[in-house]
Design a protein around this ligand. Sequence first.
Ligand SMILES: [Zn+2]
Length: 458
Amino acid sequence: MRHHLQAWARLLLAAGALPLHLAAQSPGPPPDPRYKVDILLIVAHPDDESVVSGYLARAILDQHKRVGVIYGTRGDGGGNEAGPEQAAALGAVREIEARKANAALGIDLVWFLDGKDTPSQDVLQSLETWHHGASLEQTVRLVRLTRPAIIMTWLPQFVIGENHGDHQAAGVLATEAFDLAANPTAYPSQVTPARNRTSIANLTEGLTVWQPQKLYFFSDRDDWTPFRTAGPRYSVTDVSPATGAPYYRTQAASLANHLTQGEGGRLAAQAIKTGDYTAYLKAQEAFAGTADVQLILGKALSDGPETGDVFQGVTERPAAWRPLAAGGEGPAPTLSLGGPWGFYRAFARAHGIERAGGLIPEELGVNPAVTVRLPLVVRNAGGEATFRLSVALPAGWTEQSGSGSYVVAAQGSIDLQLRLTAPASAGPAADLVVSLADRSRTIGTVRLKVRALGTMPL
Ligand SMILES: [Zn+2]
């Protein structure tokens, strides 16, 4: 029957005529073009956008790119330098500050997840308070809605520096969404067309799957030296042909809206008022040794130098789904760091970002004089055995507990903690070495770069 109809249609086509009821019908409107962006920025807090706004100004003003932003939280933690509002009230204030800051950059597509501002260095705590699953579902939804070529986000890595767990949680969600948004089996109700689009009670979302083409990171690490060759760097002192002013002026005009957040916003507002940007630029430099924007290439569907321009190799047409290669676990080490370090090692492998994830050593920065718990995992590939754990500490560090003998079942693993107290005052980084031995020899070693400095609690 079908065969017969096709033959009939071919005959009509050959005659140059097509009856009205066989004319091509539109299955529905295309995705709403008002929400299509070139770059989707996924960050944690209002004002995080300022780390890359010196680049976004260039992309928006002079390359006519469209940008959307997702914030994981409303910034409801922390102090308020502009008024008495705190907690949820502060979140309401900061949402508006963020919307104004983005409007100053020409960005009006701004969404907030419902994550709680969580002041800690541990990404796993932030993922918990952000309700990881719900936040990821919404992030994937927004990637499918905005269909970005580029996703930019915080580096999912434990670093010496501010090392905000919320920043890293944004990086984790963004990386996961990059790999999931084109997968039709991930949140399938999002990509199922509605039964009757213009009527009510449609329970599927009518979005389309989408594969972004490049994933870029930036970091809150103190020292950006290892990142210099891992991605493009954009000068904020370059002059925008569109405005005739350096990009840092647009950046400052945006940052000046974040008055609850202290120095950055205050200095930006002052610079705009006086026309003297010296103090503003100096404060920007203090963050990472430069006011410029340093990006780190996380993933790219196209080939090209890591330091090439963000849009190098990016095509206009939608990219095909790039399913992740099934990466094996490899032989498990006998002794390894657990907690966020262990998570990131597995995460980098699972998402194919080993290069970006391996730019820096495993490291830890803590406040002077605090006691921290260092999570360790011991795996035993043989029969039941007794192992001895010991630690060689840099000067000034002391051990409270953790060293000693442990019995591990055959083919089993145990989680241990070393409780360590940091030196009383800030100092340079040094290596801490944890060793595991059986009766006759050392069978596992973990090296961690540690440093006492002023940062957030772990
Ligand atoms: Zn932040």
